[in-house]
Design a protein around this ligand. Structure first.
Ligand SMILES: NC(=O)c1ccc[n+]([C@@H]2O[C@H](COP(=O)([O-])OP(=O)(O)OC[C@H]3O[C@@H](n4cnc5c(N)ncnc54)[C@H](O)[C@@H]3O)[C@@H](O)[C@H]2O)c1
Length: 386
């Protein structure tokens, strides 16, 4: 199948990610089928899309007619065959449970046209493993959107062990057509590009909480002072501490046991304090916004140190052949994390000594070897990587 043949997109799951994917596909002119297990979930998904379009309308970014046309392009159904029977691309966005994803895909695979491309929006799981449930893994890939879908530009296109070049190419073209920025992930590896680069900093955030010397408010305030739109703890609460713990557990199983979530976060999840969605997490969210004390900012862990961790992991991502180029890594970080620049661009002007000193300090303080400087960071040769 060629990109020009793509007319209808089916999205399985109408939750946080699914409804957003339906919206951006319909806004680009595609016919969209949204599938979920219950009508009430579909109704909620449609309401969320309409609310999002109302915001665009109030900003004069679309007209009333555009809104009507976009909504008219989306049909909602609980019937798999109806959703995927005449779709050229099927995107799955159901909860992050391997058995569920596999059963969804065996159903989709049995009902979709033979040449349709099937894609998963998984944020952590193995594309190759999920692809075992479809009849043709060559036309299966990861299509990883970021939250919120209507605002985040990056889409990682992940090649599983069997994904064909044609499948990846059509997905790149589709991603561009829905006005997103595609970055191809060459290797199906935990965290893909963006989440992997962020992974050691997540381990650091957990270790800081367990150490208890720095208040989350102080670190978040320091990070916002250097231009981050949200502090890292605020972001963790926003996404959900259950997701944070789940992700670290997955990295502990797949990358290194050092990623194991610490006591503080584990206790929060056990107590049901999951962040924004429960009204309480690291911060109090009972008013819908986090209560953060911005009167002090932490001097102890600096943004430069967190950047050193990021470049170190980015070098690993490049060396492991997960990304095609350092430019792709920087592009992915800019649009997947809303960063002002990618780690390679920012660190090109830094002295290697600055980076290794920062990494050594963190390794010693928290006893984590995942912070050990890569040889290319230590000798500065990462600056020659292309
Ligand atoms: N939320 C994020 O920040 C984020 C970011 C990137 C990727 N993801 C990934 O996207 C996927 C979906 O996450 P989410 O946050 O949208 O979850 P969600 O819980 O908000 O939505 C999941 C939806 O799937 C539906 N569903 C469950 N079983 C189904 C089935 N058999 N058929 C059809 N629909 C079914 C649920 O009813 C629900 O509406 C996960 O794999 C997640 O890891 C999430």
């Amino acid at each position: 199948m060629e990109f020009a043949d793509v007319k209808k997109v089916a999205v399985i799951g109408s939750g946080d990610m699914g409804h957003g994917i339906c919206q951006v596909a319909a806004m680009a002119g595609y016919t969209v089928a949204m599938k979920d297990v219950k009508q009430e979930f579909l109704d909620r998904g449609m309401t969320r899309i309409a609310e999002s379009l109302d915001i665009l309308l109030s900003k004069n970014k679309i007209t009333e007619q555009d809104k009507e046309d976009i909504l008219a392009r989306i049909s909602a159904t609980t019937d798999t065959a109806k959703a995927v029977g005449d779709a050229q691309i099927v995107i799955e966005a159901v909860p992050e449970i391997m058995d569920l994803k596999k059963s969804v895909f065996s159903d989709v695979s049995a009902n979709a046209p033979a040449n349709a491309i099937l894609a998963t929006n998984t944020s952590t799981m193995s594309i190759t493993e999920i692809s075992k449930s479809v009849s043709n893994p060559r036309r299966f890939a990861g299509l990883h959107f970021f939250n919120p879908v209507n605002r985040m530009k990056l889409v990682e296109i992940i090649k599983g062990a069997e994904t064909s070049d044609d499948t990846a190419r059509v997905l790149v073209q589709f991603t561009e057509a829905i006005k997103k920025i595609p970055v191809v992930v060459l290797k199906d590896s935990p965290g893909f590009i963006v989440n992997r680069i962020n992974a050691p900093n997540q381990a650091l955030l957990s270790a800081i909480l367990d150490e208890g010397k720095i208040k989350p408010d102080e670190l978040d305030t320091a990070m916002k002072m250097v231009g981050m739109p949200q502090g890292p703890y605020e972001l963790a609460d926003y996404v959900g501490l259950d997701v944070f713990v789940h992700t670290l557990t997955y990295y502990a199983e797949t990358l290194s046991p050092e990623f194991k979530p610490g006591k503080y976060l584990t206790a929060k999840v056990k107590a049901g304090d999951l962040g924004k969605k429960t009204g309480k997490g690291i911060y109090d969210w009972s008013t819908g916004k986090p209560v953060i004390d911005t009167s002090r900012n932490c001097q102890d862990i600096t943004p430069m140190e967190m950047l050193a961790i990021q470049i170190n992991e980015a070098v690993r991502v490049f060396k492991e052949g997960i990304a095609a180029s350092v430019a792709d890594i920087d592009l992915a970080v800019v649009h997947g994390m809303k960063a002002m620049a990618g780690p390679f661009a920012i660190c090109s002007g830094m002295q290697p000594g600055q980076l290794t000193e920062a990494l050594q300090k963190l390794e010693d303080r928290f006893g984590l070897a995942i912070f050990k400087a890569e040889p290319e960071v230590a000798d500065g040769s990462f600056k020659e990587m292309k």
